[in-house]
Design a protein around this ligand. Structure first.
Ligand code: ADP
Ligand code: ZN
Length: 616
């Protein structure tokens, strides 16, 4: 079945539901096709990037179709947010999990049997018990939606063996259509999903992996804290995640941020469960702005208004980088990703991955190499990421990465500088590390250099006037380009496979130079959130209102209204119900619940600012 065949048949029903319940006027790319597949009971596999709007692909048709839609989800936290969000817009939904009391469980059974419930969430191990399957067989099920479907594949980054049980579920429900959703891009995982779930001639829809609302920057790590601060300052009071390579880095950075008055919390596997839980909740409830975390953090976090994701160190693969940065800007608003790296990061990863052997070790090494190349590349970051996942990227200038924004410059005389560095390594007999070599090149009076007589070398002081740190960066770049190698316990520098070509001028490595002092770039402050001071004031007020309403109900603030909705309110300042219904993300039920209180608050704000022309 082609997507054209399915297109259109149910368009108006889907569009009406999307507007009436969710308050969205348009489909996102591929959403309509994905929804049509569910409407026509045709198995499907939908691959969309994070924030692509996968949940709506099954929720909208699930609402329209007769019967109960069963949704498989790996985590209780994810289920809770989804159920809260559906309940908020007036769609009867529930989740079964181990934390339910007997009464709550009985109530769900009753709501399923009476046909009242439209959406039932459960983890696979709960769904695939004999009792549950018997129960489901007796109910009117519309379809089964498998969220985070890559969990079924051992090739994915998040294999969960219990997902394999779903193959059985399918056998027990032979007439029910199954639909799988994932953001994981690789073909291997995709094939695995189709096979394990035994999807029948599935409609496979694969969206673009590009995340146009994210801007990417990659910088050498210098003074981490200052670098982090520069980014955080662009995002006062906004939510951000900072990924660190180690628990220690997490603790240090959190302490520093807290000292300087930021609302930051730490999250890593070394902390008590309870502490971690609290940190996560504080972040979701907007009591904390910043989570400083190891890779342990993130799965199950679908907070849509994360405005920046920083990496204090390089990741161990591009997949990890894509996954982690993917948590920024799910709501489609401009968000920023900045990676700070140094050659040491890769050495650290190698140590951590030390116990891998054979193929796994090789694969890990290859992934590190690709990640390192990404860090040191001069190619558009969007292009590099998209192409890594096997798609084409034809945009000439993305306007949203450090390379395209001209924040990075290649040195004009890269080759000459490279020759000086490589020959210095050669002259010190390949017996010293980067710091020492940089010292010789900058004419350092270090006692060791003098003792070794290296101040008499022809390469001594040859790069006079450059900072030592700059030269160390170039050394890293030369290593990345195979023009030097680091070797042995002491990480001494030696000749690399291309050293000779560099000497002969046959190969010109590229040396990057940060453009003069962190240029202020267009993207350094995302446009869509670029509010005037007055708008900002109103936005902050509405945010607090949203938080209070949410905490009364015990739900996350973003479930009341997303940032996109608040920004739309601030810009348009609705004065009546019908204008309020025109706001992005305001459906009928949300308007019933919140129009009065938000309209009142907006009116009051405008009135008290009338003297500056803000009357409505
Ligand atoms: P995914 O599961 O693919 O990461 P979600 O389903 O969580 O993405 O959707 C991400 C955000 O985009 C949510 O806030 C959702 O409400 C919003 N969204 C989804 N579809 C649309 C649409 N058609 N128009 C506007 N916003 C949408
Ligand atoms: Zn670019």
């Amino acid at each position: 079945m082609s997507s054209e065949e399915t297109a259109g048949q149910h368009e108006s029903a889907l569009r009406d539901a999307l507007k009436q319940y969710w308050g969205y006027p348009n489909f996102r790319p591929l959403q309509q096709q994905a929804m049509e597949a569910v409407m026509s009971q045709h198995d499907s596999l939908v691959v969309l990037p994070t924030g692509g709007g996968k949940s709506l692909c099954y929720q909208v048709p699930g609402l329209i179709r007769e019967g109960l839609m069963v949704v498989v989800s790996p985590l209780i936290a994810l289920m809770k947010d989804q159920v809260d969000a559906l309940t908020e817009i007036g769609i009867p939904a529930a989740a079964v999990n181990s934390s339910l009391s007997f009464e709550e469980r009985r109530d769900i059974v009753r709501r399923v049997e009476s046909g009242e419930l439209k959406m039932l969430y459960a983890a696979p191990e709960r769904l695939c018990t004999e009792k549950m399957i018997d129960f489901l067989k007796r109910q009117k099920i519309s379809a089964v939606a498998v969220d985070e479907a890559h969990c079924i594949s051992s090739w994915g980054h998040n294999f969960r063996p219990e997902y394999r049980l779903l193959g059985e579920l399918r056998e027990h429900l032979p007439d029910i259509d199954f639909h799988a959703y994932t953001a994981t891009a690789t073909e291997q995982v995709r094939d695995d999903i189709c096979r394990q779930l035994n999807l029948h001639d599935p409609l496979v829809l694969v969206g673009s992996f590009d995340r146009p609302n994210l801007s990417y920057r990659v910088q050498r790590r210098k003074k981490l804290h200052d670098q982090v601060k520069t980014v955080i300052d662009r995002h006062a009071d906004e939510a951000g995640i900072i990924y660190c390579i180690s628990r220690r880095q997490v603790d240090e950075l959190t302490a520093k941020l807290q000292e300087s008055g930021h609302r930051a919390v730490a999250y890593h596997a070394g902390l008590e469960n309870e502490v971690r839980q609290r940190a996560q909740e504080a972040f979701l409830n907007e009591e904390a702005d910043i989570v400083v975390a190891t890779v342990a953090f993130g799965m199950g976090i679908d907070k849509p208004n994360v405005r920046y994701v920083l990496h204090a160190s390089a990741t161990k693969s591009i997949e990890n980088y894509q996954q982690e940065t993917g948590r920024a800007g799910r709501d489609g608003l401009p968000s920023e990703c900045v990676l700070f790296h140094s050659g040491n990061d890769f050495a650290t990863w190698r140590r951590m991955l030390d116990d891998l052997t054979g193929e796994a070790a090789q694969a890990a090494e290859e992934q590190l190499r690709l990640q390192s190349r990404f860090c040191n590349s001069l190619q558009c970051r969007h292009k590099a990421l998209v192409e890594h996942f096997g798609q084409e990227f034809e945009v000439e200038n993305c306007g949203a990465c450090d390379v395209c924004l001209g924040e990075i410059e290649v040195m004009d005389d890269s080759l000459v500088v490279a020759q000086k560095i490589v020959s210095c390594v050669y002259r010190v007999d390949q017996r010293f590390g980067a710091d020492y070599v940089a010292g010789v090149l900058t004419g350092s009076k270090d006692q060791r250099i003098l003792d070794n007589g290296h101040h008499e070398l022809s390469t001594y002081n040859l790069l006079q006037g450059y900072r030592k740190t700059t030269i160390r960066e170039w050394i890293d770049q030369l290593i990345d380009q195979d023009c030097l190698v680091r070797q042995g316990e002491y990480q001494t520098l030696g000749m690399g496979p291309r050293s000779r070509e560099v000497f002969n001028g046959d190969y010109a490595p590229r040396l990057l130079q940060a453009a003069a002092r962190e240029k202020k770039s267009r993207a350094s402050k995302p446009d869509a959130t670029e509010l005037s001071p007055m708008e900002r004031e109103l936005f902050d007020e509405l945010r607090l209102l949203r938080r209070d309403l949410a905490s009364e109900k015990g739900i996350a603030p973003f479930i009341v209204f997303g940032d996109a909705s608040l920004i739309d309110m601030v810009r348009r300042r609705p004065t009546n119900l019908s204008e309020f219904l025109g706001i992005q993300g305001v459906g009928q039920k949300k308007a019933d619940q919140y129009a009065a209180i938000f309209l009142k608050r907006i009116a009051e704000f405008c009135e008290s600012h009338a003297e500056v022309g803000w009357e409505v």
